[in-house]
Design a protein around this ligand. Structure first.
Ligand code: ATP
Ligand code: MG
Length: 260
């Protein structure tokens, strides 16, 4: 059984069906991508998995238990960690203290008395933000703030790591390093589930990808299969390789990202 199972989840906001019978999994040792056009329901799925949003229907199972009714903090305590699309660090604290606080909130007494095994300096180093350790979190570049968000999340030693658009604001070198770090985390046994618009990153590191469109999973599979899936191409481009004379005047950068 996979570490995380999202089973037939529906989320309605009034008349809007944000997620429609979504079923997918994420497992230990794997990087799973959740992709789809703007408004497809990706963040809403994350909210359902972390407990911020109660599904209208369906279930979330984590470590073989039905956690659909569990509050956010209980899931976090059991190893569900997430980063947010909007940055959430404490602006007036230093980068180091932000990571320390995240660690203490999660770690309890062991962390407060400095007895936990998590080494904050090593974590800052690993994520690549040690040079900014003493800076206030509200004074660092966006890319660094994203990495801080990841470090805060890793400070809680998650078993399931949910990343919502983690690479936005990172430059190419930072994105490459970030991808390598995700591969390492997965190799250590973490289940990584990532919402991401950078297709090179998604196609480069994901073991499996689920594609959402208007709240529905329209395709699931390995990167190569997703890239050549006509349904996915239509969702992103408005047409697929299979469509004979479709409008070729769409956004070519997106076309290249999905099909190249
Ligand atoms: N709290 C809410 N109340 C009403 N509608 C909502 C709410 N949250 C999300 N929605 C709607 O649900 C749909 C899915 O939104 P969601 O934020 O999950 O999409 P997304 O795939 O994360 O998009 P993006 O790529 O832009 O971040 C959208 O139509 C959005 O407007
Ligand atoms: Mg979103």
């Amino acid at each position: 059984m996979a570490l995380l199972e999202v089973d037939d989840v529906v989320v309605r906001f009034g008349g809007v069906t944000a997620v429609n019978r979504a079923t997918f999994t994420a497992d230990r040792g794997q990087i799973t991508g959740l992709i789809g056009p703007n408004g497809a329901g990706k963040t809403t799925c994350f909210n359902v998995i972390t407990g911020l949003q109660r599904p209208t229907k369906g279930k979330v199972r984590y470590r073989e238990r039905d956690v659909t009714g569990w509050p956010v903090h209980k899931r976090a305590k059991h190893g569900v960690g997430r980063t947010f699309q909007r940055l959430e660090a404490f602006g007036s604290l230093s980068v180091r203290d932000n990571v320390r606080v995240a660690h203490e909130i999660h770690g309890g007494p062991l962390a407060w008395f400095g007895r936990s095994r998590t080494n904050i300096e090593a974590l800052l180093d690993r994520v690549g933000i040690r040079d900014y350790a003493d800076e206030r979190a509200d004074s660092i570049p966006t890319g660094t703030a994203r990495l801080l968000e990841l470090a805060r999340c890793l400070a809680s030693d998650p078993k399931l790591l949910l990343l919502d658009e983690p690479s936005s604001g990172l430059d190419e070198t930072e994105t490459d390093a970030f991808g390598e770090l995700l591969v390492e985390l997965a190799a250590e046994g973490c289940a990584v589930l990532m919402v991401e618009h950078d297709m090179d990153l998604v196609m480069g590191v994901c073991d499996e990808i689920h594609v959402l469109d208007f709240g529905e999973i329209i395709a699931s599979g390995a990167p190569a299969a997703i890239r050549s899936d006509p349904k996915v191409q239509r969702a992103y481009l408005g047409y697929s390789d299979d469509d004979a004379d479709a409008g070729r005047d769409s956004d070519t950068s997106v076309i290249e990202a999905v099909t190249s």
